[in-house]
Design a binder for this molecule. Structure first.
Ligand SMILES: Cc1ncc(COP(=O)(O)O)c(C=O)c1O
Length: 427
């Protein structure tokens, strides 16, 4: 199809009648589909069901003979830290294992920074009149939710397809009020982009106005490839150390989308100073993490190669769902100029930009047709997408045939909203 903005009005009206007919037909099917949250599908969770019978009776001792059933070892078992050393890009002594949610570790890091400061702070962050975080957009709604909860001003920074616009970041980070930045550096939520080597090095080396500035490096999708091009990322901890900013990055990840989203292991990695800082705080909060779950994960995944092999099984289930979404968008919208979308090589999302001012309309159209989409604006701080364009599609949870149907419905809604906007402009 040619760019529909260039069609004469009578042809645009004819197209509208046709697409409206398709939409009405779709709605008449009375479907109930949900493409909102990036949850693993039940069959992905089934891949890790081997965990449910581990560790076997009597197998509750660590390599160092700690009793996994008892209190203790706030940092986490050495063999579990060794298992994720490659994934985290850090030696085991610089890794801490939390319980099941890396989001909780991010949340705690921010709360502790607000109440106590971090290494290099002259006072707790909350003692500053105002503090701010840089927020690459579109981004992860729950990151923005933490900032919103604690009154941290959020400054959106555009993503470029290979990470944030670094000229903008370097300028903004010169402000001493800017204490941190959210980064999902690999297969970002929701754009799927991977930060380039140059981006990572600039983030590590840039001058910051705040001496205690931190990168919140949320590598949630480190090993979550969808294609053979297993993108690699420059190691942020090494890059920071080389640039003379060894304490700049807090690295987070988890096995939420490797084993069980609700019962996996979460990880924090950083410099010696930051690890000591984190442990000093977390040892007030807990007498020790769930070490049985750590033993269970070590028995099940074993090592970096075991993790990679397991992720291939996820890829086999997920890649066809992403293909179904991209096929439907290509078939219906390719060349029309009403939408642009990402082609992620990993992660959990496809990000679609409709025509300006149509995202909320698309979500409403989809809802009326029985198709739940993530609310428009969700990927922006305070849910405010100033251009009302971005939609986040999460194809992981529904079954493949549902994803196919949902994607066709989304494409129809995008086209209908786009045509209606163009017609309204000509009215
Ligand atoms: C970028 C990102 N970080 C973190 C999480 C949640 O991680 P966890 O389950 O370890 O709390 C998600 C889940 O969707 C995510 O997309």
């Amino acid at each position: 199809m040619s760019k529909i903005a260039e069609l004469p009005t009578d042809q645009l009206q004819a197209l509208h009648a046709r697409v409206k007919g398709e939409y009405d037909e779709f709605r008449a099917r009375g479907l109930k589909l949900d493409m909102t949250r990036g949850k693993p599908a039940p069959e992905q969770l089934d891949l890790a069901n081997g965990l449910l019978t581990l560790p076997g009776n009597g197998d509750y001792f660590s390599d160092a003979k700690e009793d996994g059933r008892n209190y203790g070892n706030t940092q986490g078992l050495a063999e579990a830290r060794a298992m994720v050393s490659t994934l985290m890009g850090a030696t085991p002594d610089r890794i801490i294992i939390g319980d099941n949610a890396s989001l909780a570790m991010m949340h705690d890091s921010i709360v502790w920074a607000l109440l106590k400061g971090v290494p290099g702070s002259d006072r707790p962050w909350s003692k500053n009149e105002q503090i701010a975080f840089l927020c690459p957009v579109p981004g992860y709604d729950r990151h923005f939710g933490i900032c919103e909860e604690y009154g941290i001003r959020m400054i959106p920074v555009p993503l470029t397809g290979h990470g944030p616009d670094m000229d903008a970041v370097e300028k903004l980070a010169a402000d001493p009020a800017v204490k941190g930045m959210w980064c999902v550096p690999k297969y970002a939520n929701p754009t799927g982009e991977v930060y380039s080597a140059d981006t990572v090095r600039r983030l590590a080396a840039m001058k910051t106005g705040a001496p205690d500035f931190r990168l919140f490096w949320d590598n949630a999708y480190a090993v979550h490839h969808l294609t053979d091009s297993e993108n690699t990322l420059v190691n942020i901890l090494d890059a920071c150390a080389e640039a003379g900013n060894p304490d700049r990055a807090f690295v987070f990840a988890s096995t939420s989308k490797i084993t069980f989203a609700g019962a996996g292991l979460a990880f924090f990695a950083s410099s010696d100073a930051n690890v000591k800082w984190y442990l000093a705080r977390s040892s007030k909060r807990t007498i020790g993490p769930d070490k049985l779950n750590q033993i269970r994960h070590v028995r099940f995944l074993k090592d970096a190669a075991g993790i990679d092999a397991h992720m291939q099984k996820h890829r086999a289930l997920l890649a066809p769902k992403f293909d179904a979404v991209l096929d439907a968008l290509d078939a219906k919208l390719g060349g029309t100029g009403v939408a642009e979308w990402t082609r992620p090589e990993g992660g959990y999302f496809v990000s679609v930009d409709g025509l300006e001012g149509t995202a909320a309309k698309v979500v409403t159209l989809a809802k009326d047709a029985g198709l739940a989409l993530t609310p428009a604006g969700a990927t922006w701080p305070l849910r405010n997408d100033p251009q009302d364009r971005t939609l986040r599609l999460a194809p992981s949870y529904p079954a493949l045939d549902e994803v196919r149907t949902a994607a066709q419905g989304i494409a129809i809604c995008l086209l209908l909203a786009g045509v209606e906007k163009l017609l309204a402009e000509r009215a």
